[in-house]
Design a protein around this ligand. Sequence first.
Ligand SMILES: [Zn+2]
Ligand SMILES: [Zn+2]
Length: 346
Amino acid sequence: MIDCKIHGANDMRLEPTAMPEPGPGQVLLRLGAGGICGSDMHYFFEGRVGSFQIREPMTPGHEASGVVARVGAGVTRVKEGDNVAINPSHPCGKCDNCRDGRENLCREMRFLGSASIFPHVQGMFREYFLMGERQLTPVAGDVTLGELACCEPFSVGLHSVNRIGTPLVGKTVLVTGAGTIGCMTVLAAKLFGAVKVIVTDVVDNPLAVAKSIGADVGLRVDRLPAGTSLAEAIGEVDVALEVAGSPAALMSCLEATRKGGTIVQVGTLPPEGMHFPANQIMARELNYIGSFRFGNVFDWAVRYISERRIDVRPLISSQHKITDAIEAFNIAKDKTRSTKVQLVCA
Ligand SMILES: [Zn+2]
Ligand SMILES: [Zn+2]
């Protein structure tokens, strides 16, 4: 079987490896679909994500679905042939943050396809892999393996909207960045009752996709009339979610959010820091909230997607055989044509 291993920047090798054997409580999965995420692309093209550097060969991939190939002793949650959504988050369950119900802040987190710890946690861009049964949610019905692979990024959108802490019914929401997570955030905001969702980006294709899944307004922020701020163009919003990881976008969130409103930072801003007019938070009583990956919303995401309460299909721009993974990464990088690019078994 084929395993995609990143050895360093621009060095991903498709390596043949032995089929693993499921031990007690473990499940052998065949890759259903695996979405290429921004962090996977940073690992491939740059050999690092922020301060997380590849220090040993690592399989990327944390957004995947699978088909149960074999089960180990004692497994009861799934059976051979089941289609499953896979939660890539492995909190310890024992630390203070886990016991507080904030598993995504776990002190001993193991997140699949991440070089944040050493040895690295291997991801799911391989034809077969083992997973503990508690990571799996079996799904029946006609939902596709491609849609099920969107449960992880939709969990990020659900978590970010959940972090706002107040109902969105009747609210106007700004989402800066119309990539996959931006679109997942739009879907979540609509689901939570937002009356109007405005999305900004600097590329046409992501905005068109965002509108196709329910954004009310899609705006090119780089094409505002000279001298016009985003706030002047769209009016004030109740809540802004910064998903692009762009300092300029965060500035526009600060400008456009009304007094007493809420800003959620979802995107990863430059690690070296940025100019931040913090007095805005004080003088206008803004709530400034962080949102990191996702907590215990994964099974909500599975239900919303598997029951098609939300439709993620317009976000899946193409699927490629895992043997064409390098080409797929290059296609995924091109935002003028790609939203979510997925790998599937050859
Ligand atoms: Zn991701
Ligand atoms: Zn923990």
